[in-house]
Design a protein around this ligand. Sequence first.
Ligand SMILES: Nc1ncnc2c1ncn2[C@@H]1O[C@H](COP(=O)(O)OP(=O)(O)OP(=O)(O)O)[C@@H](O)[C@H]1O
Ligand SMILES: [Mg+2]
Length: 429
Amino acid sequence: MTGTKTFEIAPSAARLTGSLRDIGYDFPTAVADLVDNSVTANASRVNIYTQFEPNGSYVLISDDGDGMTERELVEALRFGSRRSYDRNELGRFGLGLKTGSFSQCRRLTVVSRTAPKRTIFNVMTLDLNRISRTDRWDITVDETSPAIERAKDLLRESPGTVVVWEDLDRVLPERYAESGWGRRRLRTLASKTAEHLAMVFHRFIAGDVRDRPEVVICVDDEKLRPWDPFAPAERERSVLAPQVFEIETNNGSSEVTFRGVVLPARDRFSSIEEFDRLSGPQKWNRQQGFYIYRADRLVQHGGWSGIRGIDEHTKLARAALEFDTDLDEAFQINVAKMSVELPPVLRQMLERPVHELCVLADDAYRRSANAGDRAQSSGKSSKASDVALRDVGIALKAALLEDRSLPEFKAAVATMRTRHPELAERLGL
Ligand SMILES: Nc1ncnc2c1ncn2[C@@H]1O[C@H](COP(=O)(O)OP(=O)(O)OP(=O)(O)O)[C@@H](O)[C@H]1O
Ligand SMILES: [Mg+2]
Protein backbone atom coordinates (compact mmCIF):
# COMPACT_ATOMS: atom_id res chain seq x y z
CA MET A 1 0.00 0.00 0.00
CA THR A 2 1.25 3.46 -0.76
CA GLY A 3 0.46 6.79 0.74
CA THR A 4 -0.20 5.61 4.28
CA LYS A 5 0.80 8.42 6.54
CA THR A 6 2.82 7.33 9.61
CA PHE A 7 4.44 8.99 12.59
CA GLU A 8 7.13 7.35 14.58
CA ILE A 9 6.35 7.82 18.24
CA ALA A 10 9.36 6.60 20.19
CA PRO A 11 8.57 6.82 23.88
CA SER A 12 10.08 9.53 26.03
CA ALA A 13 13.06 7.94 27.78
CA ALA A 14 12.75 10.20 30.80
CA ARG A 15 9.04 9.50 31.32
CA LEU A 16 9.09 5.79 30.62
CA THR A 17 12.12 4.87 32.70
CA GLY A 18 10.53 6.75 35.58
CA SER A 19 7.20 4.94 35.37
CA LEU A 20 8.76 1.51 34.85
CA ARG A 21 10.29 1.76 38.32
CA ASP A 22 7.01 0.82 39.92
CA ILE A 23 5.88 -2.41 38.38
CA GLY A 24 5.73 -4.41 41.56
CA TYR A 25 9.20 -5.54 42.55
CA ASP A 26 10.59 -5.40 46.03
CA PHE A 27 14.28 -5.81 46.83
CA PRO A 28 14.34 -9.64 47.03
CA THR A 29 12.23 -10.15 43.90
CA ALA A 30 14.35 -7.65 41.96
CA VAL A 31 17.51 -9.55 42.90
CA ALA A 32 15.79 -12.82 41.98
CA ASP A 33 15.09 -11.49 38.48
CA LEU A 34 18.84 -10.88 38.04
CA VAL A 35 19.66 -14.32 39.39
CA ASP A 36 17.35 -15.68 36.65
CA ASN A 37 19.69 -14.08 34.14
CA SER A 38 22.76 -15.60 35.78
CA VAL A 39 21.18 -19.04 35.85
CA THR A 40 20.23 -18.70 32.19
CA ALA A 41 23.83 -17.72 31.38
CA ASN A 42 24.94 -21.10 32.81
CA ALA A 43 26.39 -19.74 36.02
CA SER A 44 27.43 -22.32 38.59
CA ARG A 45 27.98 -19.68 41.24
CA VAL A 46 26.11 -16.47 42.00
CA ASN A 47 27.21 -14.04 44.72
CA ILE A 48 25.15 -11.17 46.03
CA TYR A 49 26.94 -8.51 48.04
CA THR A 50 25.24 -5.68 49.87
CA GLN A 51 27.75 -3.03 50.87
CA PHE A 52 26.87 -0.24 53.25
CA GLU A 53 29.00 2.87 52.77
CA PRO A 54 28.09 6.23 54.30
CA ASN A 55 28.83 7.95 50.99
CA GLY A 56 27.66 5.41 48.50
CA SER A 57 26.18 2.07 49.44
CA TYR A 58 25.91 -0.41 46.61
CA VAL A 59 24.78 -3.91 45.69
CA LEU A 60 26.60 -6.37 43.43
CA ILE A 61 25.12 -9.44 41.78
CA SER A 62 27.97 -11.42 40.34
CA ASP A 63 28.08 -14.67 38.38
CA ASP A 64 30.55 -16.95 36.67
CA GLY A 65 28.30 -17.48 33.65
CA ASP A 66 29.02 -16.98 29.94
CA GLY A 67 29.42 -13.20 30.13
CA MET A 68 28.47 -10.77 27.34
CA THR A 69 30.37 -9.32 24.41
CA GLU A 70 30.15 -5.60 23.74
CA ARG A 71 27.29 -6.08 21.27
CA GLU A 72 25.41 -8.41 23.57
CA LEU A 73 25.78 -6.03 26.47
CA VAL A 74 24.42 -3.09 24.50
CA GLU A 75 21.41 -5.21 23.58
CA ALA A 76 21.04 -6.44 27.15
CA LEU A 77 20.65 -2.84 28.34
CA ARG A 78 17.90 -2.06 25.86
CA PHE A 79 14.42 -1.90 27.39
CA GLY A 80 12.89 -4.83 25.51
CA SER A 81 16.12 -6.59 24.50
CA ARG A 82 15.80 -8.02 21.00
CA ARG A 83 16.33 -11.76 21.16
CA SER A 84 14.57 -15.10 20.94
CA TYR A 85 14.27 -17.63 23.75
CA ASP A 86 14.72 -21.37 23.98
CA ARG A 87 12.00 -23.43 25.59
CA ASN A 88 12.21 -23.19 29.38
CA GLU A 89 14.59 -20.27 29.42
CA LEU A 90 13.76 -18.16 32.44
CA GLY A 91 13.73 -14.82 30.56
CA ARG A 92 10.78 -13.73 28.46
CA PHE A 93 10.27 -9.97 28.27
CA GLY A 94 13.73 -8.48 27.70
CA LEU A 95 13.11 -6.16 30.65
CA GLY A 96 14.08 -7.75 33.98
CA LEU A 97 17.66 -6.49 34.17
CA LYS A 98 16.52 -2.90 33.73
CA THR A 99 13.16 -2.90 35.49
CA GLY A 100 14.40 -5.00 38.43
CA SER A 101 17.46 -2.79 38.89
CA PHE A 102 15.68 0.55 38.56
CA SER A 103 13.02 -0.54 41.01
CA GLN A 104 15.81 -0.23 43.62
CA CYS A 105 18.51 2.13 42.31
CA ARG A 106 19.16 5.01 39.91
CA ARG A 107 22.42 3.84 38.42
CA LEU A 108 22.86 0.42 36.83
CA THR A 109 26.23 -0.73 35.56
CA VAL A 110 26.98 -4.09 34.03
CA VAL A 111 30.56 -5.35 34.00
CA SER A 112 31.04 -8.43 31.87
CA ARG A 113 33.88 -10.59 30.62
CA THR A 114 33.71 -13.36 28.02
CA ALA A 115 37.36 -14.12 27.22
CA PRO A 116 38.67 -16.94 29.40
CA LYS A 117 42.33 -16.03 28.94
CA ARG A 118 42.31 -12.22 28.75
CA THR A 119 41.06 -9.86 31.45
CA ILE A 120 39.09 -7.57 29.18
CA PHE A 121 35.91 -6.10 30.59
CA ASN A 122 32.90 -4.54 28.97
CA VAL A 123 31.55 -1.88 31.30
CA MET A 124 28.30 -0.08 30.49
CA THR A 125 26.07 2.13 32.58
CA LEU A 126 22.47 3.26 32.41
CA ASP A 127 21.92 6.22 34.70
CA LEU A 128 18.43 7.52 35.45
CA ASN A 129 19.72 11.00 36.34
CA ARG A 130 21.35 11.25 32.96
CA ILE A 131 18.31 9.85 31.14
CA SER A 132 15.95 12.26 32.81
CA ARG A 133 18.28 15.14 31.94
CA THR A 134 18.84 14.21 28.29
CA ASP A 135 15.60 12.31 27.59
CA ARG A 136 17.70 9.89 25.53
CA TRP A 137 18.21 6.14 25.80
CA ASP A 138 21.98 6.48 26.12
CA ILE A 139 24.43 4.07 27.67
CA THR A 140 27.77 5.37 28.91
CA VAL A 141 30.89 3.26 28.63
CA ASP A 142 33.77 2.61 31.04
CA GLU A 143 32.44 4.56 33.99
CA THR A 144 34.29 4.00 37.21
CA SER A 145 33.60 4.02 40.95
CA PRO A 146 34.70 1.92 43.94
CA ALA A 147 31.76 -0.43 43.31
CA ILE A 148 32.64 -0.86 39.63
CA GLU A 149 36.29 -1.51 40.48
CA ARG A 150 35.24 -4.17 42.96
CA ALA A 151 33.04 -5.71 40.27
CA LYS A 152 36.06 -5.94 37.96
CA ASP A 153 38.05 -7.59 40.73
CA LEU A 154 35.40 -10.25 41.00
CA LEU A 155 36.02 -11.10 37.34
CA ARG A 156 39.84 -11.11 37.48
CA GLU A 157 40.11 -14.90 37.46
CA SER A 158 37.45 -15.98 34.98
CA PRO A 159 34.55 -14.82 32.76
CA GLY A 160 31.17 -13.83 34.06
CA THR A 161 28.98 -10.84 34.72
CA VAL A 162 28.54 -8.45 37.62
CA VAL A 163 25.52 -6.18 37.89
CA VAL A 164 26.21 -3.09 39.99
CA TRP A 165 23.46 -1.06 41.67
CA GLU A 166 24.47 2.38 42.89
CA ASP A 167 22.51 5.40 44.10
CA LEU A 168 20.10 3.14 45.98
CA ASP A 169 17.40 5.78 46.38
CA ARG A 170 14.60 3.27 46.89
CA VAL A 171 16.55 1.21 49.39
CA LEU A 172 18.16 3.97 51.41
CA PRO A 173 16.31 7.27 51.07
CA GLU A 174 18.80 10.11 51.16
CA ARG A 175 18.26 11.32 54.71
CA TYR A 176 18.90 7.83 56.07
CA ALA A 177 21.73 6.87 53.74
CA GLU A 178 24.41 7.54 56.32
CA SER A 179 22.65 6.42 59.46
CA GLY A 180 22.72 3.27 61.57
CA TRP A 181 19.14 2.79 60.42
CA GLY A 182 20.40 2.61 56.84
CA ARG A 183 23.00 0.03 57.76
CA ARG A 184 20.40 -2.10 59.55
CA ARG A 185 17.96 -1.75 56.69
CA LEU A 186 20.46 -3.05 54.17
CA ARG A 187 21.29 -5.96 56.45
CA THR A 188 17.60 -6.82 56.87
CA LEU A 189 17.05 -6.69 53.12
CA ALA A 190 20.04 -8.97 52.59
CA SER A 191 18.61 -11.58 54.92
CA LYS A 192 15.14 -11.33 53.32
CA THR A 193 16.80 -11.78 49.95
CA ALA A 194 18.67 -14.85 51.16
CA GLU A 195 15.40 -16.34 52.37
CA HIS A 196 13.62 -15.53 49.11
CA LEU A 197 16.37 -16.91 46.85
CA ALA A 198 16.71 -20.08 48.94
CA MET A 199 13.03 -20.65 48.25
CA VAL A 200 12.50 -19.65 44.62
CA PHE A 201 15.69 -21.32 43.37
CA HIS A 202 15.62 -24.30 45.74
CA ARG A 203 15.58 -26.82 42.90
CA PHE A 204 18.61 -25.19 41.26
CA ILE A 205 20.53 -24.97 44.54
CA ALA A 206 19.77 -28.57 45.44
CA GLY A 207 20.75 -29.81 41.97
CA ASP A 208 17.20 -31.07 41.32
CA VAL A 209 16.91 -29.60 37.82
CA ARG A 210 17.34 -32.04 34.98
CA ASP A 211 20.45 -31.66 32.81
CA ARG A 212 21.99 -28.97 34.91
CA PRO A 213 24.57 -29.04 37.70
CA GLU A 214 23.69 -27.44 41.01
CA VAL A 215 24.03 -23.68 41.38
CA VAL A 216 25.72 -22.23 44.46
CA ILE A 217 24.14 -18.96 45.60
CA CYS A 218 25.73 -16.86 48.35
CA VAL A 219 24.42 -13.70 49.97
CA ASP A 220 27.18 -11.68 51.65
CA ASP A 221 29.39 -14.77 51.60
CA GLU A 222 26.81 -17.01 53.22
CA LYS A 223 25.98 -20.05 51.13
CA LEU A 224 22.24 -20.61 50.84
CA ARG A 225 20.69 -23.85 51.94
CA PRO A 226 17.73 -24.78 49.72
CA TRP A 227 14.29 -24.28 51.28
CA ASP A 228 12.13 -27.00 49.77
CA PRO A 229 8.48 -26.50 50.77
CA PHE A 230 7.87 -30.24 50.48
CA ALA A 231 10.42 -31.29 53.11
CA PRO A 232 11.71 -34.29 51.13
CA ALA A 233 13.72 -35.59 54.10
CA GLU A 234 10.69 -35.89 56.40
CA ARG A 235 9.72 -39.55 56.72
CA GLU A 236 6.24 -38.91 58.08
CA ARG A 237 4.95 -36.87 55.17
CA SER A 238 2.37 -38.33 52.76
CA VAL A 239 3.06 -37.94 49.07
CA LEU A 240 0.07 -38.31 46.75
CA ALA A 241 0.43 -39.77 43.28
CA PRO A 242 1.21 -36.99 40.77
CA GLN A 243 -1.52 -36.00 38.34
CA VAL A 244 -0.88 -34.58 34.90
CA PHE A 245 -3.25 -32.19 33.10
CA GLU A 246 -3.10 -31.30 29.45
CA ILE A 247 -3.63 -27.61 28.62
CA GLU A 248 -4.12 -26.35 25.10
CA THR A 249 -1.85 -23.66 23.71
CA ASN A 250 -1.80 -21.81 20.39
CA ASN A 251 0.64 -24.39 19.02
CA GLY A 252 -0.75 -27.60 20.47
CA SER A 253 -0.79 -28.50 24.11
CA SER A 254 1.45 -28.68 27.13
CA GLU A 255 1.33 -30.45 30.49
CA VAL A 256 0.86 -29.20 34.01
CA THR A 257 1.84 -31.59 36.80
CA PHE A 258 0.16 -31.49 40.20
CA ARG A 259 1.99 -33.08 43.15
CA GLY A 260 0.18 -33.01 46.46
CA VAL A 261 1.96 -33.54 49.76
CA VAL A 262 0.64 -33.59 53.32
CA LEU A 263 3.44 -32.51 55.61
CA PRO A 264 3.72 -34.05 59.05
CA ALA A 265 2.11 -32.22 61.95
CA ARG A 266 4.39 -30.63 64.53
CA ASP A 267 4.58 -33.70 66.79
CA ARG A 268 5.54 -35.93 63.87
CA PHE A 269 8.23 -33.76 62.34
CA SER A 270 11.80 -34.97 62.76
CA SER A 271 12.49 -32.02 65.07
CA ILE A 272 10.82 -28.84 66.26
CA GLU A 273 13.61 -26.82 64.59
CA GLU A 274 12.87 -28.44 61.26
CA PHE A 275 9.13 -27.86 61.72
CA ASP A 276 9.80 -24.19 62.38
CA ARG A 277 12.17 -23.93 59.41
CA LEU A 278 9.58 -25.48 57.10
CA SER A 279 7.00 -22.98 58.23
CA GLY A 280 8.42 -20.62 55.59
CA PRO A 281 8.53 -16.84 55.20
CA GLN A 282 4.77 -16.38 55.73
CA LYS A 283 4.40 -19.13 58.34
CA TRP A 284 2.46 -22.37 58.17
CA ASN A 285 -1.06 -21.10 57.63
CA ARG A 286 -0.27 -18.80 54.73
CA GLN A 287 2.29 -21.14 53.24
CA GLN A 288 -0.34 -23.83 52.58
CA GLY A 289 -1.46 -24.16 49.00
CA PHE A 290 0.16 -24.07 45.60
CA TYR A 291 3.85 -23.82 44.88
CA ILE A 292 3.88 -22.94 41.22
CA TYR A 293 7.05 -23.71 39.28
CA ARG A 294 7.78 -22.25 35.87
CA ALA A 295 10.66 -24.20 34.36
CA ASP A 296 11.67 -25.29 37.89
CA ARG A 297 11.81 -21.76 39.27
CA LEU A 298 9.13 -20.88 41.85
CA VAL A 299 6.85 -18.06 40.74
CA GLN A 300 4.19 -18.38 43.44
CA HIS A 301 4.50 -19.77 46.93
CA GLY A 302 1.43 -20.55 48.96
CA GLY A 303 -2.28 -19.74 48.71
CA TRP A 304 -4.93 -21.62 46.77
CA SER A 305 -5.32 -19.12 43.88
CA GLY A 306 -9.01 -18.66 44.70
CA ILE A 307 -9.89 -22.37 44.63
CA ARG A 308 -10.38 -22.37 48.39
CA GLY A 309 -9.49 -20.25 51.39
CA ILE A 310 -6.63 -20.44 53.86
CA ASP A 311 -7.69 -22.64 56.76
CA GLU A 312 -5.82 -23.61 59.92
CA HIS A 313 -7.07 -27.19 59.52
CA THR A 314 -5.48 -27.62 56.09
CA LYS A 315 -2.20 -25.88 56.84
CA LEU A 316 -0.24 -29.10 56.24
CA ALA A 317 -1.37 -29.26 52.59
CA ARG A 318 1.05 -28.09 49.93
CA ALA A 319 0.94 -28.85 46.22
CA ALA A 320 3.50 -28.32 43.49
CA LEU A 321 2.13 -27.15 40.14
CA GLU A 322 4.73 -27.35 37.39
CA PHE A 323 4.49 -25.81 33.94
CA ASP A 324 6.78 -25.12 30.99
CA THR A 325 7.34 -21.75 29.33
CA ASP A 326 4.98 -22.90 26.52
CA LEU A 327 2.23 -22.05 28.97
CA ASP A 328 3.47 -18.56 29.87
CA GLU A 329 0.52 -16.92 28.18
CA ALA A 330 -2.01 -19.29 29.67
CA PHE A 331 -0.60 -18.56 33.15
CA GLN A 332 -0.23 -14.81 32.45
CA ILE A 333 3.27 -14.66 33.86
CA ASN A 334 4.22 -11.08 34.78
CA VAL A 335 7.49 -9.19 34.26
CA ALA A 336 8.51 -9.48 37.91
CA LYS A 337 7.75 -13.24 37.74
CA MET A 338 6.10 -13.09 41.10
CA SER A 339 2.64 -14.38 40.44
CA VAL A 340 0.52 -16.15 37.88
CA GLU A 341 -3.16 -16.69 37.11
CA LEU A 342 -4.41 -20.24 36.85
CA PRO A 343 -5.93 -20.87 33.40
CA PRO A 344 -9.72 -21.26 33.98
CA VAL A 345 -9.80 -24.76 32.51
CA LEU A 346 -7.00 -25.87 34.85
CA ARG A 347 -8.73 -24.30 37.82
CA GLN A 348 -11.71 -26.58 37.21
CA MET A 349 -9.51 -29.64 36.82
CA LEU A 350 -7.71 -28.88 40.07
CA GLU A 351 -10.76 -28.57 42.26
CA ARG A 352 -11.06 -32.25 43.01
CA PRO A 353 -7.38 -33.08 43.65
CA VAL A 354 -7.09 -30.00 45.86
CA HIS A 355 -10.16 -31.03 47.79
CA GLU A 356 -8.81 -34.55 48.25
CA LEU A 357 -5.46 -33.25 49.41
CA CYS A 358 -7.17 -31.00 51.91
CA VAL A 359 -9.29 -33.86 53.27
CA LEU A 360 -6.08 -35.74 54.04
CA ALA A 361 -4.35 -32.67 55.45
CA ASP A 362 -7.31 -31.86 57.67
CA ASP A 363 -7.24 -35.41 58.89
CA ALA A 364 -3.52 -35.35 59.69
CA TYR A 365 -4.04 -32.08 61.56
CA ARG A 366 -6.97 -33.35 63.64
CA ARG A 367 -5.29 -36.64 64.46
CA SER A 368 -2.29 -34.78 65.68
CA ALA A 369 -4.48 -32.47 67.79
CA ASN A 370 -6.36 -35.50 69.19
CA ALA A 371 -3.14 -37.36 69.88
CA GLY A 372 -1.92 -34.32 71.81
CA ASP A 373 -5.17 -34.14 73.80
CA ARG A 374 -5.16 -37.85 74.57
CA ALA A 375 -1.55 -37.81 75.63
CA GLN A 376 -2.26 -34.87 77.90
CA SER A 377 -5.35 -36.35 79.50
CA SER A 378 -3.80 -39.78 80.07
CA GLY A 379 -0.48 -38.27 81.03
CA LYS A 380 1.45 -40.43 78.58
CA SER A 381 2.20 -40.42 74.86
CA SER A 382 0.10 -42.47 72.41
CA LYS A 383 1.12 -46.05 71.89
CA ALA A 384 3.41 -46.98 69.02
CA SER A 385 0.85 -49.46 67.65
CA ASP A 386 -1.78 -46.69 67.42
CA VAL A 387 0.67 -44.48 65.55
CA ALA A 388 1.37 -47.30 63.09
CA LEU A 389 -2.36 -47.92 62.64
CA ARG A 390 -2.99 -44.26 61.87
CA ASP A 391 -0.31 -44.44 59.20
CA VAL A 392 -2.18 -47.36 57.68
CA GLY A 393 -5.32 -45.21 57.86
CA ILE A 394 -3.68 -42.36 55.91
CA ALA A 395 -2.34 -44.73 53.28
CA LEU A 396 -5.78 -46.32 52.97
CA LYS A 397 -7.48 -42.97 52.49
CA ALA A 398 -4.95 -41.81 49.94
CA ALA A 399 -5.48 -45.04 47.98
CA LEU A 400 -9.27 -44.75 48.17
CA LEU A 401 -9.19 -41.13 47.05
CA GLU A 402 -6.99 -41.93 44.14
CA ASP A 403 -9.49 -44.00 42.21
CA ARG A 404 -12.86 -43.08 43.70
CA SER A 405 -15.03 -40.00 43.67
CA LEU A 406 -15.43 -38.12 46.94
CA PRO A 407 -19.00 -39.42 47.63
CA GLU A 408 -17.76 -42.99 47.06
CA PHE A 409 -14.84 -42.34 49.38
CA LYS A 410 -17.14 -40.99 52.08
CA ALA A 411 -19.50 -43.96 51.68
CA ALA A 412 -16.60 -46.42 52.09
CA VAL A 413 -15.44 -44.65 55.26
CA ALA A 414 -19.02 -44.61 56.64
CA THR A 415 -19.37 -48.35 56.05
CA MET A 416 -16.12 -49.00 57.83
CA ARG A 417 -17.24 -46.86 60.77
CA THR A 418 -20.54 -48.76 61.06
CA ARG A 419 -19.07 -52.21 60.78
CA HIS A 420 -15.86 -51.75 62.76
CA PRO A 421 -16.25 -48.60 64.83
CA GLU A 422 -13.30 -49.28 67.12
CA LEU A 423 -10.91 -50.20 64.36
CA ALA A 424 -12.07 -47.21 62.30
CA GLU A 425 -11.33 -44.98 65.27
CA ARG A 426 -7.84 -46.45 65.69
CA LEU A 427 -7.21 -46.11 61.97
CA GLY A 428 -8.18 -42.46 62.24
CA LEU A 429 -11.08 -42.82 59.78
N1 LIG B 1 24.15 -12.16 34.00
C1 LIG B 1 24.01 -12.23 32.66
N2 LIG B 1 24.86 -13.00 31.93
C2 LIG B 1 24.73 -13.09 30.59
N3 LIG B 1 23.77 -12.44 29.87
C3 LIG B 1 22.90 -11.67 30.54
C4 LIG B 1 22.98 -11.51 31.96
N4 LIG B 1 22.00 -10.67 32.35
C5 LIG B 1 21.32 -10.33 31.24
N5 LIG B 1 21.85 -10.93 30.14
C6 LIG B 1 21.39 -10.77 28.75
O1 LIG B 1 20.63 -9.60 28.71
C7 LIG B 1 19.33 -9.86 28.19
C8 LIG B 1 18.32 -8.95 28.82
O2 LIG B 1 18.11 -9.32 30.17
P1 LIG B 1 16.72 -8.96 30.84
O3 LIG B 1 16.69 -9.56 32.19
O4 LIG B 1 16.50 -7.50 30.75
O5 LIG B 1 15.64 -9.65 29.90
P2 LIG B 1 15.35 -11.20 29.70
O6 LIG B 1 16.08 -11.99 30.70
O7 LIG B 1 15.64 -11.51 28.27
O8 LIG B 1 13.79 -11.26 29.92
P3 LIG B 1 12.98 -10.94 31.26
O9 LIG B 1 12.48 -9.54 31.16
O10 LIG B 1 11.88 -11.92 31.27
O11 LIG B 1 13.93 -11.11 32.41
C9 LIG B 1 19.12 -11.34 28.49
O12 LIG B 1 18.20 -11.87 27.58
C10 LIG B 1 20.51 -11.90 28.29
O13 LIG B 1 20.76 -12.13 26.94
MG1 LIG C 1 15.89 -11.58 32.76
